[in-house]
Design a protein around this ligand. Sequence first.
Ligand SMILES: [Zn+2]
Length: 125
Amino acid sequence: MWKEKNQNRKGKIHELSITEEILRICLEEANRAGAKRIIKIKLKIGEITNIVPECVSFYFNILSKGSIAGNAKLDIEKIPIRGKCKNCRREFFVEDFAFVCPECMSREVEMISGRELTIDFMEVQ
Ligand SMILES: [Zn+2]
């Protein structure tokens, strides 16, 4: 019980600091571009990062208040985990974190997507 609670709290701090960092980068970029307002921010979040998009949106709304990103629309795309077999070269979606090739059952799998945490684009005014 205690452990579960503690993990939840840790999870939230994780998303909070990531959201702070995203907002900081966006405001910096917008300032540099001389923007008056940030309209939209598109994020790409890989599945393996364990970041909960709803948490990021929640924190973003709180943290951006009063800034030029205050009414920005946050669009988050979750990127699924894709693997590539080093043995037979087949590419496939990794489900339930099972890094096993469905073709030849090899465990020599390279991760080709799912790790991203990027600001894809930003719309400013
Ligand atoms: Zn294979």
